[in-house]
Design a protein around this ligand. Sequence first.
Ligand SMILES: [Mg+2]
Length: 121
Amino acid sequence: MKMLVVDDSRMARRILIGMLPESLRNSAEIHQGVNGEEAVTLWREQSPDLIFLDLTMPVMDGFDALVAIRAQDPDTPILVVSADIQAGAVAKVMASGANGFIDKSKLTAELHDHLKRLGFL
Ligand SMILES: [Mg+2]
């Protein structure tokens, strides 16, 4: 299984990867990107089974990357992981085809629930 983790913060990527259940972390091929443009490129090149996407990033933000990927790929699960939990941002992300929204500050509590819901656990 292939996973794509896109966040402009190396620390945030490391934390997320570190929180993955061991079974997934050890078996998954994990690719990392630092902005939305890389998310789109890596999605095209790697065909990941699951994408984690930050919203606030330079060059191209996560929202534009989500829209660009969804325009061509209705199926690959995309979980947005962001500290921007304003209702407007969450609604916009979900309406654009994300499969879930994880509040960065609640990553520990929410990550496993989303993985389970999407059938990865
Ligand atoms: Mg960011």
